[in-house]
Design a protein around this ligand. Structure first.
Ligand code: TXA
Ligand code: MG
Length: 322
């Protein structure tokens, strides 16, 4: 494998999600390579979770701070049980939402074999069973746990198409399996179920659906000095232009991203449909970058259901940058 620490040097292959493409993806993962693949939320940048060098190259390719732990993707509940210890609430959530856009943080089993670079030294592990046929096909062809953060350079917009991944990471990763665009469009919801369930990140499964399955309210994370989830990293998901939220009209020089009654230069959902808006969110931000938008105004999005995840990403896109 070539070093991926430097600027683009090697070529990134675009693989089809057919038998040959999947076999190639599995072979690359086995040999410590980096393979991006679609999930129903966003594209992930995968590596064998048991190989520290492979995991290290994820951090290098993304330019990601090494204290930020990664989600491990597995094919089913049994594969997750081999890595972490389930609690009763974790079973309830897994049964209700897996495969799907939900990540569970649980105590790491001793002897799980996962590289400590994946957990960034924590004694917990974030696990998810994705519901995308191509993600499932990659996992079954490979046959092991795949660590995969979103397949974008750190701090930039998450990818929902193979083209987005290519634009951000070409030459820094071995391959991309093209499985079309991602239906959910925002990252998974993350719940810490090591004790009373805590919502660490709003995402593809809305909070009220989780609470209905649990029969109890989710806690919010305690403010701590140490960030435990990307929710606490201020500037994230950032387009190149400055972002102003809750805009009903654009000011001179601004490009307006619309929703519902607010007609924009481009729109998240003209019908005011939160599911459509979530699935289009990152693609619209990528399009604004491609248009060279310097100042972006965004229409108000209701904070219910998937709106909470959309607003979380938009607040981060609007946060002051370093
Ligand atoms: O939808 C998704 O979740 C996508 C797809 C590819 O699965 N993945 C994704 O990964 O968004 P990433 O790395 O961009 O965000 C995962 C976040 C990390 O930033 C980290 O803060 C949190 O999950 N995380 C991982 N392990 C954790 C742990 N043990 N405890 C608390 N938070 C954890
Ligand atoms: Mg990410």
């Amino acid at each position: 494998m070539q070093s991926r620490n430097d600027n683009a040097t090697s070529e990134t292959s675009l693989l089809l999600a057919d038998d040959a493409g999947l076999a190639k993806a599995a072979e690359l993962l086995r040999s410590g390579g980096l393979v991006a693949f679609p999930t129903e939320t966003v594209y992930g940048l995968g590596a064998d979770a048991r190989q520290s060098e492979a995991v290290a190259s994820i951090y290098a390719a993304k330019g990601r701070p090494s204290f930020n732990p990664l989600i491990v993707h597995v094919a089913d509940l049994a594969a997750a049980e081999a890595l972490v210890t389930f609690t009763p609430q974790a079973y309830r959530l897994a049964q209700a939402f897996w495969p799907g856009a939900l990540t569970l943080v649980l105590p790491l089993r001793t002897g799980a074999g996962v590289s400590s670079l994946v957990t960034a030294g924590l004694d917990t592990l974030a696990v998810r069973v994705p519901d995308h046929p191509t993600a499932q096909a990659v996992l079954s062809a490979f046959g092991g746990p795949v660590a995969a953060p979103s397949a974008n350079p750190s701090g930039r917009i998450s990818p929902t198409t193979a083209g987005h991944v290519m634009a951000g990471l070409a030459g820094r990763i071995d391959a991309i399996v093209d499985g079309g665009s991602c239906a959910v469009g925002v990252e998974s919801t993350i719940v810490d179920v090591t004790g009373d369930p805590v919502l660490l990140r709003a995402g593809g499964v809305p909070q009220d659906a989780l609470e209905a399955a649990l029969g109890a309210a989710l806690k919010r994370p305690q403010a701590t000095a140490q960030p435990t989830s990307p929710g606490q990293l201020a500037s994230h998901y950032a387009p190149l232009g400055a972002v102003r939220l809750n805009a009903t009209t654009s000011q001179p020089g601004e490009t307006l991203l619309g929703f519902g009654a607010v007609k924009g230069d481009l729109t998240l959902s003209a019908a005011g449909d939160l599911r459509e808006a979530a699935s289009r969110l990152f693609d619209c931000l990528h399009q604004l970058d491609a248009m060279g938008a310097q100042s972006i105004a965004v229409a108000p999005i209701p904070d219910q259901g998937l709106g909470a995840a959309i607003n979380d990403r938009l607040r981060r896109a609007a946060a002051p940058r370093d």
